[in-house]
Write a protein of this length. Sequence first.
Length: 126
Amino acid sequence: MKISTLIFGLFILGLSGISWAEPVYLKCSTSNPEQDFTERFTLKINERTGKITHSRSDGSAFIANGFFSADKISYKGKRLRTTFHYTIDRSNLKIRELMDTTIGTKHFKNERNGRCSIVEMKNRKI
């Protein structure tokens, strides 16, 4: 047996032990104590593909590239003149939403904090 064939076989066996996680679904809400408004949205986090699907309560949605570290997940999205920056703490599922809005020469920042919960997926038909 050739050494290259043996090394290739060991490599394939090593890869078979890698287990990619299934996507995780979260239900989240953020608010600011100074405002009488709560933002509700759902997330599909797929660490294997690096993508996050953010679905708003008004029916709009976007797909973002996620940045995954050992302790947090972050991503951003844009809507009209506002860029939204999200950070989720992996240990307690607290979420921070920073909004940067530019109107003409004026720049506004706003912050909302909240929490996410894991959506348990039951047996699905599709």
